[in-house]
Design a protein around this ligand. Structure first.
Ligand SMILES: C[S@@+](CC[C@H](N)C(=O)[O-])C[C@H]1O[C@@H](n2cnc3c(N)ncnc32)[C@H](O)[C@@H]1O
Length: 232
């Protein structure tokens, strides 16, 4: 995707994933975080979930890692606006090779940074301290789509669960984004492109809309796991 299209597509998004305000609030509240704990978000984008986690849990710190400078800059601005800049750092780096240890490790819609869910989960296990939690959220095929090439190969839900268990985790929470979360995400993703003066941007949005409606709506799932590492 062109950088300019990405910028337009992201402008109206709160999260770069099918995630409602309600689910975000529930996740942030459910994570076992205490003062002094550290949160690591790998493939954080602009770090909205990380920022909300720190805002909800006083005296915690966070590191967000992403390879896209523009997204990180948006996170830095948001941290300053919310007076969180003293507790959070945004690092431009490859999530797959970033070395850190944290009480809470999150990876939402970013397993591709590691080369897929299985590798990602094994890497996340190395980053989380015993007694901590991993929040891992990723796409999966609910059914095999007619045009697989539009999104590409993904595991089914059972394979995603098995990958978490094979990496040594116990699954503490297991939920799915709803169709309403998907529809809201796709609508917001397209809206900046649709409002653009650039005809190519509007055409790009129309292609995405057609693909969503005819190929992956209700077929591409998105799973949310809270995972307990070995010994926890
Ligand atoms: C779909 S977005 C999800 C962003 C964020 N987790 C969220 O939920 O809003 C995937 C993110 O992974 C980042 N990414 C992709 N490959 C990466 C890599 N090798 N290292 C770090 N970040 C990467 C992208 O720049 C993008 O911000």
């Amino acid at each position: 995707m062109r950088d300019s299209f990405r910028h337009l597509a992201h402008a109206s998004l709160t999260f770069n994933a099918p995630l409602s305000e309600e689910r975000a609030g529930a996740l942030v509240a459910s994570l076992p975080i205490s003062p002094g704990h550290h949160v690591l978000d790998l493939g954080c984008g602009w770090g909205e979930l990380l920022l909300r986690t720190l805002a909800a849990h006083p005296a915690t710190t966070g590191t967000g890692v992403d390879s896209e400078r523009g997204a990180l800059d948006r996170g830095v601005r948001a941290a300053a606006e919310r007076s969180l800049h003293g507790r959070i750092e945004f690092v431009e780096a490859d999530a797959a090779t970033f070395v850190d240890r944290a009480d809470i490790v999150t990876c939402v819609a970013a397993s591709h940074a590691f080369g897929g869910a299985g590798v990602a989960l094994r890497s996340l296990r190395e980053c989380v301290i015993p007694g901590g939690r991993v929040l891992f959220a990723d796409g999966f095929w609910e059914q095999t789509p007619e045009q697989l090439e539009v999104i590409g190969e993904l595991p089914n839900r059972d394979a995603l669960r098995a990958a978490a268990e094979d990496a040594g985790f116990r699954i503490e929470q297991d939920d799915l984004s709803t169709l309403a979360e998907w529809d809201a995400f796709e609508t917001a993703w397209r809206s900046g492109l649709e409002a653009s003066d650039d005809r190519e941007a509007r055409r790009f949005a129309a292609t995405r809309r057609k693909q969503y409606e005819t190929v992956y709506r209700g077929v591409l799932g998105f799973a949310w796991f809270v995972l307990v590492p070995p010994g926890g």
